[in-house]
Design a protein around this ligand. Structure first.
Ligand code: AMP
Length: 428
């Protein structure tokens, strides 16, 4: 399949060529023709699948086909995080570089007046996070009454971040008659009911299963004592010459502390989390993308939606409490078909979290013990004893917890070491 067969205009095909995309991704192949026809869409797709272009390209095409002299907001894209808003806004500008449409990106943490000035001059496309969008709507600095298409991106993450009520408030400002596109990696029941009330006979598109992001990522677990994780991380960064390493920490405090400790060891590291100002977050991300910073230590929420091409390494300094977050984390590497490596430093107390992740992946993650860092407390290869559920989330947050049964557990009882898997063999 080629982009030429999807019904996109010459101006858009030119932008695609300039971006260097040779063929449409699966979601693009399926979604573009449907969106061009004006259909509603319910798409199961994760970040990294090319989903932004899957809606941005056909929406720009539709705007172009029905071009009007008077500027008004015709497309609204609602996203969960500032970084994603910035990226999606940039995508619209990039893909529309040969067209005359104006895109405005609205998110908090930066001056609202600058945004108001821009809106006054007239925009066609708005990409926004819910809080700031509501500020504009309440202050009447934005009028969405003539909206033609509403895109709800990463709907499940919106739910996780507590935005569902804001979304419902925002829907009251939108006209009933419009095209609606909903993208989500997972479909918990709140998202299903939102989809039922929002979408009009939607085309259902599912590009990959939830854990498929893992396919192109080489994953490995380094068992290590908790107290020696930082030392092991610094060792790997130095010994293996890792560059552009995205390290996940469970807490903001932990991220700050780790970045500081790495700096002390002469490794250029920065922290990236929700307590940083927007200016600090933008700068940290830019320095990391420009390879000025070697290591970015991030929390899950902040790292959501970061799109850095060719990110070679992702490290889980702590395992996440929510197994699905592991999939999101490792999806930061091996983006757009490239191969990447995800390393998890796992201590004995994280055994259950690892079990939950392996259960979700439906396969064990190979383990490799690093010489000189052999753990004094062994990371068990047995399933944890069931003592109720300690996952820190409500069962509704991710489509209901699956009850664990010994039947469904992955067969990880084979002890793995560096000789068991050539794909996962560590360079020495
Ligand atoms: P997304 O899933 O929208 O976050 O996109 C992930 C990455 O894939 C971005 O860096 C895009 O620039 C890139 N991308 C999108 N579509 C294609 C394509 N057809 N071929 C190659 N890369 C693409």
């Amino acid at each position: 399949m080629s982009f030429n067969n999807l019904g996109l205009s010459a101006a858009l095909l030119k932008s695609i060529q300039e971006k260097g995309y040779s063929k449409p991704s699966e979601i693009q192949e399926q979604a573009i023709p449907e969106i061009l026809k004006g259909n509603d869409i319910l798409a199961g797709a994760q970040t990294g699948t090319g989903k932004t272009a899957a809606f941005a390209l056909p929406l720009l095409n539709r705007l172009q086909n029905a071009e009007s002299k008077r500027r008004r907001v015709r497309v609204l894209v609602l996203v969960p995080t500032r970084e994603l808003a910035s990226q999606v806004g940039e995508s619209f500008r990039d893909y529309g570089s040969n067209l005359r449409f104006k895109t405005s990106t609205l998110y908090g943490g930066v001056s609202i007046n600058t945004q108001i000035d821009k809106l006054k001059k007239g925009v066609d496309i708005v990409v926004a996070t819910p809080g700031r969008l509501l500020d504009h709507l309440n202050q009447k600095t934005l009028n969405l009454s003539e909206l033609e298409t509403f895109v709800l991106d990463e709907a499940d993450r919106m739910l996780d971040m507590g935005f569902i009520r804001d979304i419902k408030k925002i829907l009251n400002y939108l006209p009933d008659e419009k095209q609606n596109l909903l993208f989500s990696a997972t479909f918990p029941k709140e998202i299903k009911s939102l989809a039922d009330s929002l979408l009009n006979s939607p085309k259902r598109i599912q590009v990959r299963s939830n854990n498929s992001t893992a396919d192109k990522v080489i994953q490995v677990v380094y068992p290590v004592d908790k107290s020696r994780k930082r030392e092991l991380l610094a060792h790997c960064i130095k010994e293996e010459g890792w560059f552009q390493v995205l390290v996940f920490s469970r807490t903001k405090h932990g991220a700050n502390k780790l970045a500081q400790q790495l700096n002390k060891e002469g490794i250029d590291a920065d922290a990236f989390h929700g307590n940083k100002s927007q200016a600090q977050r933008t700068r940290a991300l830019k320095d990391f993308k420009d390879s000025k910073t070697q290591v970015l230590v991030a929390t899950d929420i902040a790292a959501r939606g970061i799109d850095i091409n060719l990110l070679p390494q992702v490290v889980n300094f702590d395992l996440p409490y929510v197994p699905e977050d592991y999939i999101h984390r490792i999806g930061r590497t091996a983006r757009a078909g490239k191969e990447g490596k995800a390393i998890s430093l796992v201590s004995a107390d994280e055994h259950k979290l690892l079990f939950d992740i392996e259960k979700l992946l439906k396969s064990p993650i190979p383990r490799e013990t690093i010489e000189g860092f052999e753990p004094t407390q062994n990371l068990s290869t047995e399933p944890p004893k069931s003592k109720g559920n300690n996952r820190r989330r409500s069962s509704s947050a991710k489509g209901g917890d699956k009850t664990r049964s010994s039947k469904g557990r992955p067969s990880w009882n084979k002890k793995r070491n560096k000789n068991t898997s050539s794909k996962n063999k560590r360079r020495s």
